[in-house]
Design a binder for this molecule. Structure first.
Ligand code: FE2
Length: 292
């Protein structure tokens, strides 16, 4: 296993002002000062940035960045990915500068999502993380930024790609009952976080169903829920506990359409984990506003 964590994501949104207000006032992220009018970036911890939002009309996820330990691991991953028949592209000096990493390369996954592998992220310990909304902290470190759930038309193809080319492991499977039938959800890990990537088997013009960030205390999560309600944010799912990672969370729609899961208290996994399956996504809660 060479990939250590999901370290950053890039989104595209038409309304950057709305995204900035949502990210700082509701989610409690720290905006990175910048002169670039076309991109806003946010911090969750000592990293220089974790979430970037570029101005654009796709309103979707545009790239994700996975971290490896160093140069040797980056070279090994490039060879492994190319051996699976995937074309990789070296990162230009300009791209490395934008991302603030020592080196990277990029390629596309089966749904055309740009994946960047890198080492050497920028740390800014001299500028301590300070949430504008008073969040006490986000759970990152060895578990990385959080997780992303991708909408994929062919789950078997995407699973094979993330297992064989990237070396992620299947954690568990949920067969989710929907009005349109059973949807298969596959959860994959690369560190103690229960899942870093999940694949939802459904065709969609969008790549991203939601991304998840995890806070340090249940009060951080509950206070964010209150801020979302007060701000008039569209809630996708009320507070609830997931059956597989045991995360207590709520889901809100971001200004660019995809949802964010705001969670606390997920269990961690280790090398003794056995793959299991579930018939339901939640133990309790996570009701849509229509149900409540
Ligand atoms: Fe999630």
């Amino acid at each position: 296993m060479c990939i250590r964590a999901l370290s950053y994501i890039g989104l595209e949104a038409e309304d950057l002002d709305a995204w900035q207000s949502f990210a700082t006032d509701v989610l409690g992220l720290m905006k990175v000062p910048s002169d670039d009018a076309g991109t806003i970036r946010f911090r969750l911890d000592s990293r220089a940035w974790r979430i970037a939002v570029d101005k654009g009309d796709s309103n979707d996820l545009t790239y994700i960045g996975f971290e490896v330990a160093g140069r040797e691991e980056l070279d090994a991953m490039r060879k492994r990915i190319e051996a699976c028949g995937v074309t990789t592209n070296p990162g230009s000096m300009e791209l490395r500068r934008q991302r603030g990493v020592l080196d990277l390369f990029h390629f596309e996954d089966p749904i055309g999502l740009r994946i960047e592998l890198f080492y050497g992220a920028t740390e800014v310990f001299e500028q301590p993380f300070c949430s504008p909304a008073g969040v006490s902290g986000f759970m990152t470190a060895e578990q990385g930024l959080g997780h992303v759930v991708l909408l994929v038309p062919d789950v078997a193809k995407s699973l094979d790609f993330y297992e064989r080319a990237l070396g992620l492991r299947l954690t568990d499977v949920i067969d989710m009952t929907t009005p349109g039938g059973i949807v298969e959800l596959l959860f994959m890990n690369c560190n103690p976080r229960h899942h870093t990537i999940a694949l939802a088997g459904m065709a969609s013009p969008r790549k991203l169903d939601h991304f998840m960030i995890q806070v340090a205390s249940i009060d951080d999560m509950g206070l964010a829920y209150d801020r979302a309600l007060k701000a008039g944010t569209r809630i996708r799912a009320s507070i609830g506990r997931h059956s597989n990672d045991h995360m207590v969370s709520f889901y809100a729609f971001t200004p660019s359409g995809a949802a964010v899961e705001y969670g606390w208290g997920a269990r961690e996994i280790d090398h003794n984990w056995n793959v299991v399956r579930y018939d339901t996504t939640s133990v309790w809660g996570h009701h849509s506003p229509i149900e409540t």
